[in-house]
Structures are given as structure tokens and as C-alpha cells.
Design a protein around this ligand. Structure first.
Ligand SMILES: [Zn+2]
Length: 475
């Protein structure tokens, strides 16, 4: 035992996220090798075990993001004022094609480091900038460099899915990654709703490779009920299907998703700003569709799941109140609880990825992906009265004290371990310089600053009197 790496987190409030959602106070989590060995109070540990003081902290499973365009992190914050329209024009039509393999790599390195820093131990990289297999090698190389757990969801917005998925290069790449147990694999493409259903060929490749398909679904103006109906009727929907957003959809689509066991990745910050539709958790709950959470892209938003949990609770409760007020009713009890969004950020993500057996909770035998939230210097760190509420509404990424992935400490006392941030900064700067030079200053500035539509200020019946001069207007 002593020669196996072991770590114990001592004396924290432990959110196990087991099936009963057991919460333990003043409890320990013992990690041996790559697994959780024990969870309980006053645990005896092997000699040589590293002790981490978790008192006044919250210990929880590593968080899981099921949808993030990691390559776009090199453009952090550039599109803060975009809608989906500007996003599509910039990435899909105009500038996305200028990203070289090293630019995809640079974005992925930064996104992966950012995820770990925020306690996101598993992240699905919805990588739709893979114009060539060299780009895919750049993406995969970055994910192998940073010591988190990743799923490469392969996509290419510069070609139709039935084109890129048919290429021998793609298929050989996919088979190489499928042999790599540190990196999961999915196929990422969208279904337009064309009645001829040309995406069928891409689904067949996914079936042949035995990999899940993840699609942007229910995105206002882009994908709708037809895509879900066509894929369902052709028999391609199953419990590994991940539908991202699923916001602008009819009940019929939700029934098809629920009946085939698929799940929805809700990116609330994205849906609220970009315009895919109202964040759908209120409807997903009604249709009993499993939910996981995601951040979508750092070209607009934060890359941490604390924001995702907070905005998702806000959007769901806001909708519930709004619907009730339309009927003259009052909501006296919230349906969606802090506990639910913490579950979605952990267990929900594991279930979406088919990893419930070994990820998403702190139980003996599971993979040791562990997060300790603790920040003794922060006045927000106490009292921890309602631990789920604390995680969802009070905590933030600066409170992530310790992160373990596969039993290995990758963040230690608020500092990433074995991540060369200075080197990543140089690579990202290279990408920004390349894009800025390629686009030219005018297009660069224009892309970042879309026109602001004029706001028509309504006539105000109470402005008859000019109080400053004492004059009276109008007649
Ligand atoms: Zn997306």
C-alpha cells in the first residue's frame, strides 16, 4: 500500500453525490492510486499518505462540462457583445478558416488549463475547427499535455459532416484516438433538417466506429425539430446522444429525446446571450430528460461551472415565476434546488458521457477526480450552512483550492501543478498576432464591436412638465 500514491483530504464537508446524495460533515476522503479508497470520518490511512487539511472547506467530485469549443479560448472575450449571427459569420463564414493547427492547439491548452483551475476535471472538447487531421492532432496533443480528463468531439465547420466523416484521414485518426484511454472520442456535427437527411452517412460512420454523436439542437434559426425527427426515425438516437441547448423545440422533440434515453447539455449563459432560445431546464424537467451543464465557449463567457450552476438556477426559477405570474399565480416553493444543479455539474455529466460507473461521485472504487473548495482568506468562505447552496451561489473559481484527477494532485493550494502557463501564454499570443495580422486592424476591430441597434425611447406621458425651467409643454 505505502508505495502506492495516497492522499487524504481531512475534515471537510463532503458532498459525495452518491445516489442518496449523502453529505458528511467533518469527514475524510482517502485516495489510493487513481481511485477513491474510502469516504468517512476519522479514516485510518496507509503510512506515507499525504494529508490535505480540508477543514472549513467543501469536498466534491470533479465537475464535468459536456460542451465546450476549447479551440475558441484563444479568442477569450472577443465576442462578448455578439449574438449567434455574429458568431456564425465570424467563425463559420469568415475567420474560422484562418485557424492553423497550432492555433487550435493554443486554444485547447488554455481552455484545458482553465478548466482544471476551476475544478472541471472532465471536459468535452466540441472541436469543430478541425479542417485537417493536422488540426485534430494539434487539438489532441494539447489535451494530452494538460493533466485533466477530456473527450475530443471531432467536427469541421468548413465541410459538410458527410464529407469529412467519409475521409480515410479522419477515420484513421479516430481509430488512433479510440486506442488512447486518456482521451474519449465523439463525433460533433449538426443536423439541418434537410428532408433528404444527408447527415445519415455521418451517423453511419459514428455507428461503425461505435462513438456517440453530439449535436447543437433546438437552436433558433439554425436547427429545429426536423433534425431530431429525421435522426430518430432513422434509428440513430440512443442513450449516448447529447443534444446541446435543445432550447427551441416542440414537445414532440423532447418526447423523442426522452424515449431514446438521450441527454441535454444546457449552456445557460450561452442560451441567454446568443439567442438559441430560453434555457430549457424548466421544460426538460417536465419531460424527464437528463441534464448536464456546459459553458459552450470562452469567446463570450466564463469557463467555469459555478457560473453555469448559478445562471441555470436563475433562468429556471425566473421562468417558473414568469409562467405563474401570467396566470395570476404565485410560486411559493422553488422546484429547482441548488442540490439539483450541483448534481447536473457532476453526476449529470458522468451519466451523459456513459461514465456513471466510475465518474461523477465520491464513492469507494470510483476514479479519484476530486475538488476541494476552501479559501481561508475569503470572507465568503464561511459559514457553510447549506453546502449545495454554498457551491451554487457563493463559491467561485478562486475558491478552488485543490484538484485531483486520476488520484494525482493537479492543483495544489490554489496553484496548478505541472502546467506551464507562461508557455501557453506565448502560444496564445502567437495565435492572436496571426489572426490580427491576417484579418487586418479594421476587420479585427469590427469583428469585436458589432453595430448597436438604435433603441427607440417610448413617449412618456409624465414628461409634460419641464421642472428645471418651470415651463409646461404640450397642450
Ligand atoms: Zn456550441
Amino acid at each position: 500500500m505505502a508505495d502506492q500514491n495516497s492522499v487524504v483530504l481531512r475534515g471537510g464537508t463532503v458532498l459525495t453525490l452518491d445516489a442518496q446524495h449523502t453529505v458528511l460533515r467533518d469527514a475524510d476522503v482517502l485516495v489510493t492510486g487513481d481511485r477513491v479508497a474510502a469516504v468517512g470520518t476519522g479514516l485510518a490511512v496507509p503510512e506515507g499518505t499525504r494529508e490535505i487539511d480540508a477543514r472549513d472547506g467543501v469536498v466534491m467530485p470533479g465537475m464535468i462540462d459536456t460542451h465546450r469549443h476549447m479551440w475558441q479560448t484563444a479568442m477569450r472575450g472577443y465576442g462578448a457583445d455578439w449574438t449567434l449571427t455574429q458568431y456564425f459569420v465570424w467563425y463559420y463564414l469568415e475567420s474560422g478558416k484562418h485557424f492553423r493547427p497550432q492555433d487550435v492547439r493554443a486554444g485547447n491548452l488554455l481552455a484545458a488549463a482553465e478548466a482544471l483551475d476551476a475544478g472541471v476535471t472532465t471536459c468535452v472538447d466540441w472541436s469543430h475547427g478541425l479542417q485537417t487531421v493536422e488540426h485534430a492532432e494539434g487539438a489532441a496533443d494539447a489535451l494530452r499535455t494538460i493533466p485533466g480528463r477530456y473527450v475530443l468531439a471531432y467536427g469541421n465547420i468548413q465541410q459538410a459532416p458527410w464529407e469529412w466523416s467519409a475521409s480515410a484521414d479522419f477515420q484513421a485518426f479516430a481509430r488512433r484516438v479510440l486506442d488512447d484511454d486518456r482521451l474519449g472520442f465523439q463525433m460533433a456535427f449538426d443536423v439541418t433538417g434537410d428532408p433528404a437527411f444527408p447527415e445519415k452517412a455521418a451517423y453511419e460512420v459514428a455507428r461503425e466506429l461505435g462513438v456517440p454523436v453530439t449535436t447543437h439542437a433546438g437552436v433558433w434559426g439554425a436547427t429545429n425539430d426536423d433534425g431530431i425527427r429525421l435522426a430518430h426515425e432513422a434509428g440513430f438516437l440512443n442513450d449516448a446522444s447529447i443534444f446541446v441547448h435543445a432550447a427551441t423545440l416542440s414537445a414532440d422533440s423532447y418526447h423523442r429525446i426522452a424515449a431514446t434515453g438521450g441527454s441535454v447539455s444546457v449552456s445557460t449563459e450561452s442560451e441567454q446571450s446568443a439567442g438559441q432560445g430560453y434555457p430549457p431546464t424548466w421544460a426538460l424537467r417536465a419531460h424527464n430528460i437528463p441534464v448536464s451543464l456546459s459553458m459552450d465557449t470562452s469567446v463570450w463567457w466564463s469557463g467555469d461551472l459555478f457560473s453555469a450552476m448559478r445562471t441555470t438556477l436563475g433562468a429556471d426559477r425566473s421562468r417558473e415565476h414568469f409562467e405563474a405570474h401570467q396566470k395570476g399565480d404565485t410560486v411559493t416553493h422553488c422546484s429547482l434546488r441548488a442540490e439539483h444543479v450541483v448534481d447536473w455539474a457532476t453526476r449529470g455529466g458522468a451519466a451523459a458521457l456513459g461514465r456513471s460507473a466510475d465518474l461523477g461521485s465520491l464513492e469507494p472504487g470510483k476514479k479519484a477526480d476530486v475538488v476541494l473548495l476552501k479559501n481561508d482568506a475569503s470572507p465568503v468562505s464561511f459559514p457553510v450552512l447549506n453546502p449545495y447552496g454554498h457551491v451554487a451561489f457563493q463559491a467561485q473559481r478562486g475558491d478552488v483550492h485543490t484538484v485531483l484527477v486520476d488520484g494525482r494532485v493537479v492543483k495544489d493550494e490554489h496553484r496548478l501543478v505541472g502546467v506551464d502557463l507562461a508557455a501557453i501564454r506565448r502560444e496564445v499570443e502567437g495565435t492572436v498576432e496571426h489572426l490580427r495580422a491576417t484579418l487586418g486592424e479594421e476587420a479585427w476591430a469590427k469583428g469585436m464591436n458589432p453595430d448597436v441597434p438604435a433603441t427607440k425611447v417610448l413617449d412618456n406621458p409624465y414628461t409634460y412638465t419641464d421642472y428645471a425651467s418651470g415651463a409646461t409643454h404640450g397642450g
